[in-house]
Structures are given as structure tokens and as C-alpha cells.
Design a protein around this ligand. Structure first.
Ligand SMILES: NC(=O)c1ccc[n+]([C@@H]2O[C@H](COP(=O)([O-])OP(=O)(O)OC[C@H]3O[C@@H](n4cnc5c(N)ncnc54)[C@H](O)[C@@H]3O)[C@@H](O)[C@H]2O)c1
Length: 493
């Protein structure tokens, strides 16, 4: 399968004529080839998007929303087929792949509903016979740049609100996972989205991603990915005075207090630490446990990890799939060596899996460190693999301080039965998402998604908050007095 760009409603060869292999991480096999485009392809897509956007913005929003309803229905019909393709290109287990497609379905219906809202504000004017309101208007052409770990969900979080708000979209997916991008473009086409409103240009970050960021006709960049790349993009957008929304990494912690339901805590930790092989921005990579229950929690975690079946995610009984590629495996392994050198104690795992069926894919054993201290690198830096570090504390105050001591602020969780502790945690955990008696993953699409500190720059994906990224506020004053009324001057006082 040769994956082309989708520009102005047509499938096109990249101007470079170049393609790169797409590898199934479970088997190491090449399953497709993806276009490696150049800046010219971005320019062509942006010019077409600019043209199409003018007409699209004139379509009433409830009519724009009807396209999203049809997109939602098509995603629903094809859920199983899409989930299987997703598992093949990205590696996550089939159950999670179905969940990811479901996020897209939910987002389609939710944002279709926004087509009949897109609420503005009316407010009294300070002058007589004058009407004041503010309305959302589209920004124009939106550039979307996404990572490989959620190849379809993140694109739906960004493109659906952008499109319902009347923008056109140029999307650069991660080169590791182009198949989902191809499928989403096909679905938009079948749903009747006019040509030119949605484009996909494949390629690498420094060439194609950068061309999108720097293009003068792209008014907003919505980026999800690593902190290093996000910072670089933010610097460029700062110089260009371009609006940019950044969703980046996490170093998310589960706090387990001494009154916690430990069975539930173990389930929550295992699911959020080893689901998607730890390759979620919200993955649990730290456990902050009260010293009184540390030993018991460790014993139960060890037992649970031993039952996890690792392998090809297409097998329904597999719970942990491969990681994305060799480079990721090496990075994870480097961090494990660092942890050992820093003096952390390896409870389980800490090595690649190479034997038998694992020989050709990219597998890492679920890994738990204990006796980790908050200043160690494995407790501070994002590893993005199935590695979790246990730290012990003596109080809730200390747990909150340790949670908040890292540079990231995406997600956190607390297990406790004490309502006072729950409300303290809800107030004081410095993360964009807080879970009570659940793991650090599991966001729902109608709530804002994003984080504080090094995780982002204050914007949010999902929920109504996403519309703030893809619209501008326009304040409108209508004076029906028939005379010139000067604000702040022609008042009665
Ligand atoms: N907070 C969130 O919502 C969220 C969600 C998922 C993943 N992530 C983060 O994503 C990271 C993993 O994904 P990744 O390895 O694909 O990230 P990455 O930053 O390497 O790549 C993300 C995207 O940026 C592009 N890119 C790379 N260099 C670029 C450049 N110079 N200019 C423009 N674009 C460029 C890539 O091609 C890719 O499409 C992790 O750090 C993870 O935490 C965050």
C-alpha cells in the first residue's frame, strides 16, 4: 500500500517522489509506504485550503455539523476495521484501539452538536440604544501536527472543532502512523466535506511540519507531541505572532494513601502504567505510596504484572503490545540503566524481550522500580514506555509536594477513602486532569484535555475549550440611537 497526500480532494504523489516504509511494531514487517513530502506540498495544500475556507465559513454552522454527524456514523460503521489497522500500524492492543476509534466517534457527535451552539455572548452596553455582543469567528487555515501514539483520536480532537467552526485544516500526521490519516481523509470525503476543507500532507517534522508552522497563511498551529519539538514550534510561532496550542508530555503520578482500596489501586496503576505499553501522555510513570502500605502494594503489583500477557495486540488475550520502534526501545532501556545507576531497586522487568515470537517486534518487559527518590531522573523525565517508579511518603502533604515537584502537569490520581483528602487533592494537585479512585488515564472527550507547567501553554484540546483555539472573538456594537454616542464620554454622569 502506497500512502499519498490528500490535497484539495485528490490523492497526490509527493512533489519529492519519495516514500518511507511503515513498520508494524508487533512484527517488524513493512506494511505500507508513506509519502515523504516537501515544503511545496504544504504550500499547495495551504493555498487550496485558503480558497476553500472562504466558502466553508459561509455554510451555516448547523449544516457544517451535518458533515460531522455523517463522519461519526462512518467511523461507527468501520470501527472494527479501523481498530485492526490502528493496532497494525501503532501496536496498541485491539481493545484499546477500539477505544481510540470510539473517542473519534464521540468527538464527531459532540462537535456536531456544537454546530447548533457555538455560543457567543450578549451583554448590556453602557450607552442607551446600543446593543453589544461577541461572536466566535473562524481563524482561517489551521495547521495540525500530531504524534504516533493516538493516530486517529488526536486528529479528531483537533480537526472536528476546527471544521465545525468554519476553518480549513492541513494535517501533518506522524510518519509512523499514516494509515489512520488516510482512512480519516476517506471518511471526510464520503461524508461530503467539500474538497479543500481538509488536507493531509505526510512527511517528517523538520521539513513538512516546519513548513506548515512557518507558512504565512496558516493562522493557528495545534500541536501534540514531545516537549522538545513543542518548545521549538512555540519559539517560531512567537516570532511569527502565530497562535499556537501545545499539548506535550507528562510525568503522571498515582498517589496511594494508607486508607486506599489496594485492589482498586493496583488495577488503576497496572492499567494506566502498562496500557499502550506506557506510551500515553497520561500514562502513570510514578507511584507515590504511603509508607504504611508500600510493601503490600508492591507485593500485589508484582503479582499483577506477572499475569500480563505481552505480544501482538491483534491477539485479544494480549494486554501489553510492543513499543513503537527500535529507537523507543533503546530510549526506554537507557532510562532503565540510568535508574539502576541512580540507586533505584528493580522489582521486575528492566530488559527487552527478544526470544521466540518477540524476536522481530519491539517489546519491552513491564518494569517497576522501587526505592526511587523524587530527584532521580527516572522520577522526573518522561520515559514513554512501560516503566513505573515507586516512591514512598509519610503524609498527604508530602505526596502532593512530590506530585507537584516535576516540570510536567498533565494528569494525577489519588486512591483514598477519606473525603477530606479527596478535596485537598482536587484543589492542590497541580495538573490539568485529576482522577479520584481511578488511574491517570481515561479522559472523556467533552471535558477539556491538557496540562499545566511544561505540559502545555494554557490551551486545551477537547470540550468546548477546544473552540478557543480554533476561533477568534469578535466584539460587535450596534448603535440604533441615530446619533454619535461616544463611549465613556457621552454618559449621563
Ligand atoms: N499532552 C498530550 O495531549 C499528548 C498526547 C499524546 C502524546 N503526547 C506526547 O507526544 C510525544 C510522543 O510523540 P512523538 O514521538 O510523535 O512526538 P514528536 O514531538 O517527536 O513528534 C510529534 C509530531 O511533530 C512532528 N515534528 C517533529 N519535529 C518537528 C519540527 N521541527 N517542526 C514541526 N513538526 C515536527 C513529528 O513529525 C510528529 O508529527 C510524547 O512526549 C507524549 O507525551 C502528548
Amino acid at each position: 500500500m502506497k500512502i499519498q497526500n490528500y490535497i484539495n480532494g485528490e490523492w497526490k504523489e509527493p512533489s519529492t517522489g519519495q516514500f518511507a516504509p511503515v513498520i508494524n511494531p508487533a512484527t517488524g514487517e513493512t506494511i505500507a509506504e508513506v509519502a515523504m513530502s516537501g515544503p511545496n506540498d504544504i504550500d499547495e495544500a495551504v493555498q487550496a485550503a485558503k480558497e476553500a475556507q472562504r466558502q466553508w465559513a459561509l455554510v451555516p454552522a448547523p449544516k457544517r455539523a451535518e458533515v460531522l454527524y455523517r463522519v461519526g456514523m462512518l467511523l461507527k460503521e468501520r470501527k472494527e476495521q479501523l481498530a485492526r489497522l490502528l493496532t497494525m500500524e501503532m501496536g496498541k492492543v485491539i481493545e484499546e484501539a477500539r477505544g481510540e476509534v470510539q473517542e473519534g466517534i464521540d468527538m464527531a457527535f459532540y462537535m456536531a452538536g456544537e454546530g447548533r451552539r457555538l455560543f457567543g455572548d450578549t451583554t448590556p452596553s453602557e450607552l442607551k440604544d446600543k446593543f453589544a455582543m461577541s461572536v466566535r469567528v473562524p481563524v482561517g487555515v489551521v495547521g495540525i501536527i500530531t504524534p504516533w501514539n493516538f493516530p486517529i483520536a488526536i486528529a479528531t480532537w483537533k480537526s472536528f472543532p476546527a471544521i465545525v467552526a468554519g476553518n480549513a485544516v492541513v494535517w501533518k500526521p506522524a510518519p509512523e502512523t499514516p494509515i489512520m490519516a488516510q482512512e480519516l481523509a476517506r471518511i471526510f470525503e464520503e461524508a461530503g466535506l467539500p474538497p479543500g476543507v481538509f488536507h493531509v500532507v505526510h512527511g517528517d517534522g523538520p521539513t513538512v511540519g516546519n513548513a506548515l508552522v512557518e507558512h504565512p497563511d496558516v493562522k493557528v498551529i495545534s500541536f501534540t507531541g514531545s516537549n522538545e519539538v513543542g518548545r521549538m514550534i512555540a519559539e517560531k510561532c512567537g516570532r511569527l505572532l502565530k497562535k499556537v496550542s501545545l499539548e506535550m508530555g507528562g510525568k503522571n503520578a498515582v498517589i496511594v494513601m494508607d486508607d486506599a482500596d489496594l485492589t482498586l489501586a493496583v488495577d488503576g496503576i497496572i492499567w494506566s502504567a502498562f496500557g499502550t505499553s506506557g506510551q500515553r501522555c497520561t500514562a502513570c510513570s510514578r507511584v507515590i505510596v504511603h509508607e504504611r502500605v508500600k510493601q503490600e502494594l508492591e507485593r500485589r503489583l508484582l503479582e499483577a504484572v506477572k499475569t500480563l500477557k505481552i505480544g501482538n495486540g491483534l491477539d485479544e488475550t494480549v494486554k501489553v503490545g510492543p513499543v513503537i520502534h527500535e529507537e523507543a526501545l533503546q530510549k526506554i532501556d537507557r532510562y532503565v540503566r540510568i535508574g539502576v545507576e541512580e540507586g533505584a531497586k528493580l522489582l521486575i522487568g528492566g530488559h527487552r524481550l527478544r526470544e521466540g515470537d518477540y524476536a522481530r517486534g519491539f517489546y519491552y518487559a513491564p518494569t517497576i522500580f522501587t526505592d526511587v527518590t523524587p530527584n532521580m531522573r527516572i522520577a522526573r523525565e518522561e520515559i514513554f514506555g512501560p516503566v513505573v517508579s515507586i516512591m514512598s511518603v509519610r503524609s498527604l502533604d508530602e505526596a502532593i509536594a512530590v506530585n507537584n515537584s516535576v516540570d510536567y502537569g498533565l494528569s494525577s490520581a489519588i486512591f483514598t477513602r477519606d473525603v477530606n483528602r479527596v478535596f485537598r487533592a482536587m484543589r492542590d494537585l497541580d495538573t490539568g486532569i485529576v482522577y479520584v479512585n481511578a488511574g491517570t488515564t481515561g479522559a472523556e472527550i467533552h471535558l477539556p484535555f491538557g496540562g499545566t507547567k511544561g505540559t502545555g501553554n494554557g490551551h486545551r484540546d477537547s470540550g468546548v475549550a477546544a473552540l478557543d483555539v480554533f476561533t477568534e472573538w469578535r466584539s460587535i456594537y450596534v448603535d440604533f440611537s441615530g446619533k454619535l454616542q461616544r463611549a465613556q464620554i457621552d454618559t449621563d454622569d
